[in-house]
Structures are given as C-alpha cells and as structure tokens.
Ligand binder design. Structure first.
Ligand SMILES: Nc1nc2c(ncn2[C@@H]2O[C@H](COP(=O)(O)OP(=O)(O)O)[C@@H](O)[C@H]2O)c(=O)[nH]1
Ligand SMILES: [Mg+2]
Length: 455
C-alpha cells in the first residue's frame, strides 16, 4: 500500500453548489483533522467510517469555508484506503484554498487518475473496471453511460474470466492426463481439443468484432457531412442537431469553415462536421474551406454524402462518390419534397447504404437513424454485455487469438500435447493482460495517465 496521502479537487472546476476535496491515504484522517474543526467538538479520528461532521476549514486560525467532512475507513472506501471528503462551497477560489490547506497540512497533490489507480492497486477493481470509470465520466448518451456502468461493474472481466477458465481447465486436463497415466483420467482426443480451441477463439473474436460498435457508443463516430454546394448539408446538420447551428442560404459556398456539433442519433453519438461544399473555386477563403473538407474526408470514420435529388447528378457528385469509396458512407438523397431528377442507379452502384430524406421537412430522419445504427454495428448492441473498450484490451485479445491459432496449427501438424499446452498458456497470459491481472507497471501508469485529476 502506498504510504503517501494524496489530495485533489474531485468536482468539476467551476462554480457549483458543492465542491469536494478528496484526501486519501494512511494519514488522510489526521491530515484533515489539522485543518477541520467540527461544531460538535468531535475530531474526525474519533469517527467511525461513513460518518459526517459539520464544521469549518481553517488555517492559521483564519476560516476558509464552512464544510461537511465525510470519513471513510479502509478498506471501505473508493480507494480502499482511509479517505476524507471535504464538501465545501463549489467556487473555484474556495475549493483551491481548501486543497491548498490540505497540502500545507501534509498531503501531496494527486496525479491524474491516482485515486482510481490506488483502487486498482488495492484490489477494489480490475483494470477494465477502472478504465470504465473514465468512460462513465465522459458518457454523453444514456447508452454510453449504461455501457460504461456495466463495464465498471465487471461485465468484461466476467466474460473474459469465463473464457480464460475454459482454457485453464483444458490445460489442467492435458497436464493431468500426461502426468498421471495410472489415474483414471479420460483420454484427451485431438478432435475434442481442437473443437474446444476453436470455440474459445470464436468467443474472443466476437469481442474483437464488437470493438468498433462499443467505440461508437462510448466515444462517438467522427462523421463528415460532404457534398457539393447547395445540396443541403447545413440543413441536414441543423436537422440532426435540433437547432440552427450552420448558416443555411441558397447561395452556393455559404459554409466555409468546418462547423462541428456532437449529436445523439438513436443510440449512437456522432461527432458531426458540416463542411464547405466541394467544388473548384477562385475564392481564396472558400478554397481553404474546400481543402479542409478534403482533409476531413480522408481522416473521418463515417461520411454522410449528400446529393440533391431535384437535380441531375453532376461531375462534382461523381467525384465525391469516387473519393469516398474506402470509407464507410451513407448516401443521403436530399430534397425528396421536390420533383426527382437524380439517377439513383448510379449512386446505388457505388454506395450500399442509401437514405432518402428531406432535410427541410425532416421526412426520412428515422430511416437515416436506422442506417447509422446498421453501419456502426450498434443495431443489436447490448449495453449490459461485456465489451472491449480500449485499444490496449483489443490488442491483448488479438494476441490471445493468435496464440490459439498457433495451438490449432501445432495440433494439426501432429505435435505433442505439450507443445499445444505452451500455446494455450500463451493465450491465457494474453487474457490476463486484457483484464489487467498480469500487466507491467508502465502499462498501469499509461492507463491512468488519461484520467482527470481528482478521480
Ligand atoms: N426543398 C428543399 N430545400 C432544401 C432541402 N434541404 C436544403 N434545402 C435548401 O437548399 C439550399 C441550400 O441548403 P444548405 O443547407 O445551405 O446547403 P449546403 O450548401 O449543402 O450546406 C437552401 O435554400 C435550403 O433551404 C430540402 O430537403 N428540400
Ligand atoms: Mg452549408
């Protein structure tokens, strides 16, 4: 256990009803006692866990704020250590003053994610549960919050542990059979062993396949609305964001800078960028906008390619269709409230997902929502199921799959079961890395580095 006592402001930095300064560590309670004076005269060190006291924080007999101090006793706290949470008024200045007093009383400033890191090191949660804490904090939709919460309460850990246990029992069976031939242990058949390996591999592959859907739910999809000028990109942006974010006129070239907005469509968060319409232009400002659009198109994860159904396809539309071939795209056939003149067959030959819409009247919005759920893989997404939520977990899962493929090959080449065992053990090791049961300190540090201070 870390001997240092850490402190940080755990609430958002800004004005609010309450601000919380959290102190954690062996000396948390005695440190708080140095700056806290209760109205009742009781000291925090005389309180049991889960008790609160009302009083004031003062330093050099000068009062900083009136507060409520809550005491948690190890191991029954977030970090598993003694913790005091000082609830003061939620102003920027006051919270900083209380924190400063705690530091002067002997606490050291917590690093980003240090409270959660201690919770992990003290066995309060595994690494995937700890990582989910940050996802809960940054969740922007109900589905994201539900997904992060089930990760936080161990959905992935449980799933991976079931998979791992199957491998452990296979290895155990192989070892027992090889080492104790005189015992009555059932013979291991290559076919049954192979079946087992394939089955486990399929379970891990499913987790990897669901990764991008999980990312779409938790963190959103970088999405660009593209199309030539005047097809209705900004009108679509406004329809999806629910208010007039982008300027809409019938003058081609109105949107020049990239306008961004995060919107929730169904269960999916889209980080939308409305862009300047792509066309050849002499106007220097518009030209910069068009270049920025091209750049965005090449780096985004989803393109909503907008076409004007009341006009015939032109060269710019065809160029757009060609330039987005390698990125997941939905063709939006806009202005369906007007007479149709567009050649849908050509678009259909280039893009699989097509949605007809009137961005002006809102007709077709539901169909667009369905198409986005389909293309992002979130249609049948179960927020309560365990998912892989970070690149670190994903690469550990891929390592496990590759070790199982080695096991498969070893078996098919007719090598001994010992050689197969080595491969399966490698897969088990990768799964332990996935849940964080077997990771280097550097990896742990890296995980918590992305956290905010005070969490
Ligand atoms: N009739 C009709 N007009 C639309 C629709 N969507 C956009 N417009 C009009 O088309 C013009 C260009 O729209 P805008 O969103 O600025 O296009 P952008 O240049 O692609 O951003 C404006 O006059 C809009 O009112 C639609 O669904 N139906
Ligand atoms: Mg526009």
């Amino acid at each position: 256990m870390n001997e240092n006592t850490i402190a940080a402001i755990s609430t958002a930095q800004g004005q609010g009803g309450i601000g919380i300064i959290r102190i954690s560590g062996n000396e948390a309670i005695s440190t708080a006692d140095k700056i806290f004076v209760s109205v009742s005269g009781k000291r925090l060190c005389d309180l049991e866990g889960y008790r609160a006291a009302y009083g004031k924080i003062s330093e050099n007999s000068e009062m900083i704020d009136e507060v409520v101090a809550i005491v948690y006793r190890a191991p029954y706290s977030y970090t598993g250590e003694d913790v005091v949470e000082i609830c003061c008024h939620g102003g920027l200045f006051v919270t900083r003053e209380v924190l400063r007093a705690a530091i002067n009383a002997g606490a050291i400033l917590a690093e980003p994610g240090e409270f959660t890191k201690r919770a992990f090191l003290n066995g309060k949660m595994d690494l995937s549960e700890a990582q989910a804490v940050m996802d809960i904090i940054s969740a922007q939709s109900k589905q994201a919050a539900r997904t992060a919460l089930s990760q936080r309460t161990g959905a992935l850990g449980k799933k991976v542990s079931d998979i791992k246990n199957r491998l452990v029992s296979t290895v155990g069976h192989l070892a027992a059979w090889a080492d104790y031939p005189e015992e009555d242990i059932p013979e291991v058949s290559s076919t049954a062993l192979l079946e087992n390996i394939l089955d486990v591999k399929a379970s891990i592959s499913k987790l990897v396949d669901e990764y991008s859907a999980g990312q779409a739910i938790l963190h959103g999809i970088d999405t660009v609305i593209a199309g030539r000028p005047n097809v209705g990109k900004s009108t679509l942006m406004n329809l999806l964001s629910g208010f007039d974010k982008s300027i809409v006129t019938n003058i081609p070239g109105t949107t020049r800078d990239i306008v961004e907005e995060t919107v929730i469509i169904g269960d999916v968060t889209l980080k939308l960028s409305d862009t300047a319409g792509i066309r050849d232009t002499e106007n220097i400002v518009e030209k910069i906008g068009v270049d920025k659009t091209r750049e965005r198109i090449s780096s985004c994860s989803l393109i909503l390619a907008v076409f004007d159904s009341s006009e015939e396809l032109c060269e710019e539309d065809i160029n757009l269709l060609e330039s987005i071939e390698d990125t997941p795209s939905i063709a939006i056939i806009n202005k369906t409230d007007l007479e149709n003149k567009i050649d849908l067959k050509y678009i259909e030959s280039k893009i699989k997902n097509i949605v007809k819409i009137s961005a002006k009247t809102g007709e077709g919005k539901k169909e667009l929502e369905d198409a986005i759920a389909e293309i992002s893989g979130t249609k049948d997404f179960d927020p309560c199921a365990g998912i892989i939520s970070t690149e670190r977990q994903r690469s550990a899962a891929i390592k496990a799959i590759s070790a199982l493929e080695d096991a498969e090959q070893t078996l098919s080449f007719g090598f001994s079961f010992d050689a197969v065992t080595v491969c399966i053990e490698e897969a088990i090791d990768a799964l332990l890395q996935l849940t964080g049961e077997n990771v280097a300190d550097a990896v742990v540090d890296d995980v918590f580095h992305s956290f905010c201070v005070g969490k």
